[in-house]
Design a protein around this ligand. Structure first.
Ligand code: CA2
Length: 149
């Protein structure tokens, strides 16, 4: 089945994109990134919803809501919760919707505490270190997925 409805979930502090630390996170704002993803989704005729919060419980709630909203693919940058949150891992595991973990920076080239991810092993795949293009590549994968068969 081709993907029809994608949810993009952004974790804590990603609302600051484009305003601080451009050397690590780039110059684009989250709105710039989401607008571009939205255009790609629209051209492909699929639905795309973007969501950002700084709160762990709100991320869990949004993941739990996804099946009720008919979401069939998730792109997620869990931000710092990547490295700490069993709750987010459990929620992603529970909903059983395929997802790609995206990070702007190369978490393996940074501090040791960023090397561990609580979600990588349950993700379909992980993209890190390619800046905002990582989201576009992940969406492109989602759009292709299921079309071949
Ligand atoms: O590289 C990524 O995408 C991260 O998920 C970003 C998180 C960080 O904790 C992860 O280890 C890797 C931090 C997001 C903070 O975003 C900011 C953006 C602009 C200015 C300041 C923070």
């Amino acid at each position: 089945m081709p993907v029809q409805s994608v949810l993009v979930i952004q974790g804590p502090n990603l609302n600051l994109l484009g305003t601080r630390q451009p050397a690590i996170y780039g110059h684009e704002t989250l709105n710039d990134i989401h607008a571009r993803l939205q255009r790609t989704a629209q051209s492909a005729g699929i639905s795309l919803t973007s969501f950002q919060t700084n709160h762990e419980g709100a991320l869990v709630d949004r993941i739990q809501q996804a099946p009720r909203d008919g979401i069939d693919f998730i792109l997620m940058n869990p931000g710092a919760y990547t490295h700490t949150s069993v709750a987010i891992r459990d929620a992603l595991s529970a909903v059983n919707i395929p997802f790609i973990e995206v990070h702007l920076s190369n978490i393996h080239a940074r501090e040791a505490f960023r090397h561990r991810s609580f979600v990588s092993d349950i993700a379909l795949g992980t993209i890190c270190g390619l800046g905002s293009q990582g989201y576009d590549l992940a969406l492109s994968y989602a759009l292709q997925r299921g079309k071949e068969s």
